[in-house]
Design a protein around this ligand. Structure first.
Ligand code: PGA
Length: 240
């Protein structure tokens, strides 16, 4: 299982260091399964705190070029040289608040793979789309257009996050996750991708993690709110 902690715009460098200290003090965790995703300004402090552990880290977003006249963007190449091994691409907040499109995200996936950083490509439907039975077609579009530049045999992770379940406390039901993850695996196969890890995200917490873990095609979680406290992240990891 993969446990990716999306801290969003939270945790200063000091908070990130404190979190690692608390996490390492808790009963043993499978360090190699944990990915911490800090805001870019906390990355250096986090990288330092993680030295000597098997815990990985990555960015929540980065630009699709390594350098140049792109005021305000973050370079994934620099992050990679600092130790980043992952980058989120196309989180729904990036899509809705910052107008990122499947086309720009395709370039980000490609750039990450070129740098040997694993993209975690996020997809998911809004409540309105689900109610109109458009979920499957939205996922097809997001996968088709967002992954068209991806190299099939390089590392890539997919995160399914129904937008209506993010930060709302309303987790998708096991049958919804099972059905949707089944669709996603089918769509990926149709596009020539096999065996990609598939994460679920959206209000995952210690109380619902055990049930979700049992489902076929759930290879891990992308966790927002419940990843901000070390004890609750460990609660999710330990849930069975
Ligand atoms: P949540 O966020 O766990 O707080 O719902 C998940 C995410 O946005 O990645």
């Amino acid at each position: 299982m993969i446990y990716a902690a999306n801290w969003k715009l939270n945790k200063s460098p000091l908070d990130a260091k404190r979190f690692v200290k608390e996490l390492l003090a808790l009963p043993s965790i499978p360090e190699k399964d944990v990915i911490l995703l800090p805001q870019a300004l906390s990355a250096a402090a986090l990288a330092e705190a993680l030295q000597g552990t098997k815990i990985s880290w990555g960015l929540q977003n980065s630009y699709s070029s390594a350098s140049g006249a792109y005021t305000g963007e973050n370079s994934l190449q620099v992050a990679r040289d600092m130790g980043a091994r992952y980058v989120l691409v196309g989180h729904s907040e990036r899509r809705s608040l910052f107008q990122e499109t499947n086309e720009t995200l395709a370039l980000k996936v490609q750039h990450a793979q070129n740098l040997a950083v694993t993209p975690i490509y996020c997809i998911g439907e809004t409540l309105e789309q689900r109610q109109k039975n458009q979920t499957r077609s939205i996922l097809i579009e997001q996968l088709h257009r967002g992954l068209h530049l991806a190299v099939k045999d390089l590392p890539l992770i997919i995160a399914y996050e129904p937008v209506w379940a993010i930060g709302t406390g309303q987790v998708a039901t096991p049958s919804q996750v099972l059905e949707t993850h089944g669709w996603i695996q089918e769509i990926l196969l149709d596009h020539g991708f096999s065996g990609l890890p598939l994460l679920y995200g959206g209000s995952v917490k210690p109380e619902n993690a055990a049930e979700l873990k049992k489902l076929q095609h759930v290879d891990g979680f992308l966790i927002g709110g419940a990843s901000l406290e070390a004890s609750s992240l460990v609660g999710i990891i330990a849930a069975q």
